[in-house]
Design a protein around this ligand. Structure first.
Ligand SMILES: Nc1nc2c(c(=O)[nH]1)N[C@H]1C(S)=C(S)[C@@H](COP(=O)(O)OP(=O)(O)OC[C@H]3O[C@@H](n4cnc5c(=O)[nH]c(N)nc54)[C@H](O)[C@@H]3O)O[C@H]1N2
Ligand SMILES: Nc1nc2c(c(=O)[nH]1)N[C@H]1C(S)=C(S)[C@@H](COP(=O)(O)OP(=O)(O)OC[C@H]3O[C@@H](n4cnc5c(=O)[nH]c(N)nc54)[C@H](O)[C@@H]3O)O[C@H]1N2
Ligand code: SF4
Ligand SMILES: [Mo]
Length: 748
């Protein structure tokens, strides 16, 4: 096994020669393979792994600073517990004892909903986050479940649930083979892509153009991605659903629909035709701030391309009509015959997905099976809107959240109205944070459980392999041994589950054994499982891996579609290529009809709201977000290599608006929204559309009690303080974070 390459001749610490180790980067969805140089037990450099079967050497500056992030002296190296109001270092035993002692009585006195759970973005970037939260949630039995999804992609889950019967069946644009990409509200040159795992997304866009394909980018800002495009459409923010409905309308009106092979598996086409009838280009043009003729041209280009893919992300999700826009993206893929065909948008088949079974109707997808207690928001995919978390903590009564478990989330900065949430968190009976940093959110915890740095954790991408532009599997064993005093994050999660479920003190492997036992018992009795007819106990004994989590990964691979076991991945340290995406319809469909249900009821019921938007012409300014290549949400601001230079949290303002409002470049502006005001330096640029201002999120590290010395010294404000949490996409409960009305004036 050649997981470690020969030693690199450098000044190594005495006793240990420098060596290299491979590690998939956990910092964004691109999942690039890194080659780490390790000297004296520390990561001293990170470069792209040229032999990685998926990323072929590509990395970005974040991956290159993996070592600095890993060695950040502000990372917590011991659990913290609150005593007499102050956090102090504690042992792991003290920390879990306290959790067990405080949660059980709360649950017994007030029921399971008294404990809320918040799951943040990095859970999709760790093995622990992929394997344990579902077990934690079912052990707790709480309905108070919140995650970064309702600040992000929940609209896509809802539209996929309704269209395909499965919230996780998300079609991915076939970047390497498509002839035309219509990209809305995404800026992969900064974000490196999302819901489309593609290392070197920028290179793939350039390759598309080199092979004669075309790229259309819809974004109110002239982003670096837009600069690569054949056509950049600077849409008025918040109106993508109108544009997409008009594109569908043109396809019908001009006879350009052609479902191809998919036709036999789709119902509701005529109903969609009727539903979009009044969304003509002329009807939407003013609202979208576009030219009607350009909309017609876009529809013709989409229909005329040999293959094409429509792809929408953050700017089309976190808006008032996020679910409708997400639905229309796939409606267009279907109407042009591009859904589920090479070059179009396809469903990946990941190595840890259950092996496909024969096509059959499913149970469909239900929305709103219960509602939030205070505002009555419908659940989506078992979650309630994170924008409603503060009120669920503050409002007394049955079902009030009294204890909160926060895993890898920083909602004080990432969700609307952080000041209110900040106050609400301070009033909890108990708060537990699983987080490597003491930050704006975890500073309120009574117990902080810090995971080790990423180099000390094994890695497998459960989430992103199911969203990748080609099927592949890569496993990274821990690159360096676990430091004394730290605990693997999988073990932290397992012990947390035991502590809250009355099994405190049991071996953490009990959690994995339980999952393995129940999963294998079902598998051997399932005629479609590769393990059908086997003996569950014997299958359990066959599982390899150095931890409970690795045994579970091995089990999932064995139950998966590719006849793989963990040892195969260990033998292939640069990964295993499982081939290009292939059509999966009808097998993937889990709707009650067994077909793609093109006009689902909840969508039809939401269309009048979109029709009303045809008449809207907000006169004032609207604000949109933006991302920067060297940042990542709220938590990479403590890495010096990524945070040099000038303030990045500036307000982009178009020159016309600046002149009208009396704003000067570099001067401070005061921005006011529903939820409050923030002050930021003005950067005048015609890269934003007139009437639009832009401020990035994740900044504002100036609260007391945080231990992020580099971040705390950086300027920047929390854009989400402009929101009061009341603006949501109603179907998905996703917060409106883009196209929010604001007023901007020069600061006195
Ligand atoms: N460097 C970096 N990379 C990241 C992250 C990061 O913070 N930094 N975060 C990661 C995460 S969690 C995610 S979810 C992904 C997100 O990845 P992307 O979806 O690519 O996100 P953004 O880069 O924010 O691009 C969103 C674009 O939408 C535009 N926009 C705003 N409003 C509208 C609108 O109404 N209509 C249209 N058409 N466009 C609009 C914005 O101007 C912006 O350019 O990035 C991931 N990668
Ligand atoms: N205005 C506006 N707001 C936004 C967005 C936007 O575009 N505009 N984007 C939204 C999006 S797409 C997202 S995904 C959310 C993100 O929202 P969150 O998930 O709440 O925020 P992050 O900033 O990603 O915070 C991640 C937390 O995880 C911790 N962490 C890092 N690594 C690990 C680890 O290995 N294990 C554990 N246990 N913890 C770890 C970090 O220290 C940090 O506290 O923000 C959303 N907020
Ligand atoms: S693109 Fe994403 S996965 Fe690749 S090195 Fe950069 S942060 Fe890591
Ligand atoms: Mo995200």
């Amino acid at each position: 096994m050649s997981r470690t390459a020969p030693a690199v001749p450098t000044a190594a610490a005495p006793g240990e020669p420098a060596r290299t180790a491979l590690r998939v980067c956990p910092l964004c969805e691109a999942t690039c393979g890194l080659t780490l140089t390790i000297e004296g037990g520390r990561v001293t450099s990170a470069r792209g792994d040229r032999d990685d079967i998926f990323s072929r050497g590509f990395i970005c500056p974040k991956g290159a600073s993996f070592g600095e992030l890993d060695a950040d002296p502000d990372r917590l190296r011991t659990p913290l517990i609150r005593e007499n109001g102050e956090l102090r270092d504690a042992t792991w035993e003290e920390a879990f004892d306290l959790i067990a002692a405080r949660t059980r009585p709360l649950i017994e006195a007030h029921g399971p909903n008294a404990v809320g759970v918040v799951l943040g973005n990095p859970n999709v970037h760790t093995m622990a986050g992929g394997l344990y939260p579902p077990v934690l949630l079912s052990a707790l039995g709480t309905r108070n479940i919140y995650s970064a999804s309702t600040l992000d992609q929940m609209p896509k889950h809802v539209s996929s649930g309704l269209l395909f019967g499965s919230a996780t069946a998300i079609p991915v644009p076939d970047l390497d083979r498509t002839d035309h990409l219509l990209l809305l509200g995404a800026n992969p040159l900064e974000s490196n892509g999302s819901l489309c795992t593609a290392p070197d997304f920028p290179g793939k866009l350039k390759a598309l153009r080199r092979r004669g394909g075309t790229l259309t980018v819809v974004d109110p800002r002239r982003t670096r991605t837009a600069q690569l495009a054949d056509r950049h459409v600077a849409i008025r923010p918040g109106t993508d659903a109108l544009l997409l409905a008009a594109l569908a309308q043109v396809l019908f009106e001009e006879g350009l629909t052609d479902l191809g092979a998919l036709a036999a598996h789709v119902e509701g086409v005529a109903e969609v035709e009727a539903a979009v009838k009044d969304f003509t280009p002329e009807a939407v043009a003013a609202a979208c701030g576009m030219d009607a003729e350009e909309i017609r041209t876009m529809a013709r280009e989409l229909a005329g391309a040999p293959t094409a893919a429509v792809y929408g992300r953050i700017g089309s999700c976190t808006v008032e009509h996020g679910t409708l826009a997400s639905w229309l993206v796939d409606v267009l893929n279907v109407l042009t015959g591009n859904l589920d065909r090479p070059g179009g948008a396809l469903f990946p088949l990941s190595a840890t997905e259950r092996a496909p079974r024969p096509a059959a109707p499913g149970k469909g997808f239900s929305l709103g099976r219960w509602r939030s207690r205070v505002s009555g928001h419908p659940e989506a995919k078992g979650e309630l809107p994170i924008a409603a978390l503060a009120e669920e903590i503050e409002t007394p009564g049955e079902g009030q959240i009294r204890a909160l478990i926060v895993i890898a989330a920083n909602p004080v900065l990432s969700a609307p109205d952080g000041d209110r949430l900040d106050r609400a968190l301070a009033g909890l009976d108990l708060m537990v944070s699983v987080d490597p940093y003491l930050n704006e959110t975890s500073r309120h915890a009574d117990v902080v459980l810090p995971p080790p740095p990423p180099a000390q954790s094994a890695h497998f991408d459960f989430a992103f392999n199911a969203l990748a532009v080609s099927n592949q599997a890569r496993f990274s064993p821990a690159a360096v041994p676990l430091e004394a005093g730290l605990m693997d994050e999988c073990e932290i999660h397992a012990r947390l589950i035991l502590a809250v479920s009355g099994m405190h003190g049991a071996e953490p492997s009990a959690v994995d054994d339980m999952v393995v036992g129940s999963t294998l018992a079902k598998a051997v009795a399932d005629p479609h499982s590769p393990l059908f007819g086997g003996d569950a106990e014997e299958q359990a004994r066959l599982l390899g891996g150095r931890s409970g989590a690795e045994r579970r990964l091995d089990m999932m691979l064995r139950l998966g579609p590719y006849d793989l076991v963990l040892e195969d991945l260990l033998q292939a340290p640069h990964g295993i290529d499982l081939g290009p995406l292939e059509p999966r319809v009808p097998q993937i469909l889990k709707t009650r009809s067994g077909r793609v249900e093109l006009l689902p009821g909840p969508i039809a019921d939401d269309l009048p709201r979109l029709r009303a938007a045809l008449a809207e012409r907000p006169a004032g300014l609207v604000l949109v977000g933006r991302r920067h290549l060297r940042s990542n949400n709220s938590w990479l601001h403590n890495v010096p290599a990524l945070n040099g230079g000038s303030n990045r949290c500036t307000l982009h303002v178009h020159p016309d608006d600046a002149a009208r409002l009396g704003l000067e470049d570099g001067a401070t502006a005061c921005v006011t929204g529903d939820g409050g005001s923030v002050e930021a330096p003005v950067e005048i640029t015609d890269a934003v559309r007139p009437g639009v201002v832009s401020l990035p999120h994740g900044w504002g590290h100036d609260r007391p009690g945080i231990r992020m010395s580099v971040a705390a010294g950086r300027p920047g404000v929390n854009v989400n303080q402009l929101l009061d949490g009341s603006r949501l996409d109603p179907l998905s409960g996703t917060a409106v974070l883009n196209a929010i009305p604001v007023e901007v004036v020069p600061s006195p």
